[in-house]
Write a protein that binds this ligand. Sequence first.
Ligand SMILES: [Zn+2]
Length: 312
Amino acid sequence: MKRTMNRVILPAVVLMLAVLAAAPVLAAVQVVATLPDLGSVVRYVGGDDVALQVLCPGEMDPHYLPAKPSLARKLAKADLLIYNGLELEVGWLPQLINKARNPDIRPGSRGAVDCSAAIDDLLEVPGANVDRSEGDVHPLGNPHYTLDPRRMVKVAKYVAERLARIDPGHGQAYRERADIFAREVAARLPEWESVTATARQDPIIIYHRNWAYLVDWLQLSVVGEIEHRPGIAPSPRHVEEVIVAGRDLGHLLVLAASWDHRHVAEEVAERAGGVLVVVPAQSGGKGGPADYFSLIDTICRDLAAGARKAEE
Ligand SMILES: [Zn+2]
């Protein structure tokens, strides 16, 4: 009786083990991106080879994301953490990493990917033209490089290399998809730049310096900045100065992110005689642009519409 069982079961077990050993490893790389636009790039570069979660909802200002336990849980099982760096996430990410107790994504480990390492032309790096008297909210340089698609190409290539390091079997696929992303950006740049041609001739007051890289890319003429420290309302005296600086310039635009203090931006636009342009500063928000390309589409289109209105 026992012998018969062995004769039937053993070959079955051996066969099953052989099948398991021969099967390709299908587990996708578990990736967590802090910001929706970095997530958008990861989705592009990682394709089906990664399982992605994003920490910051699109409608929330990434300077101030509450460090909820649910976010730490997302980090607990991550193979790779893709983040902006330059202290943009300093208010919440270190806490989350501590709570997650995942050695794979601790700073300096193979799974910790600081995308700012890919940007070799950062703006407002201290030592250059930083005005420290105004309080330096981003002491390592302006962290908002995601708003320049040319710099996002560098991020895509960097993400591909870091994915390839952790998942060499798909290295070629990651690099190819990063190249496709680069070609997609190159194909869209002329359209983005031509649609904003008029806006680029108009003087612009920006709300916060989160637009610095967009300004650098599109060569916008910034004549004032409403808020120096994100989330902290500017002094009435400073607002007054910005209004005076913008007045009488003609065709003035006031550019604000959807999470900025709308009433301050409205006051500046109204009293300086400008057109207020409020746009999402990242993708993924409710009812907002779904991915990175539609984010840049939206910003360029709304700037163009603002410029047309300013001419009326
Ligand atoms: Zn900022």
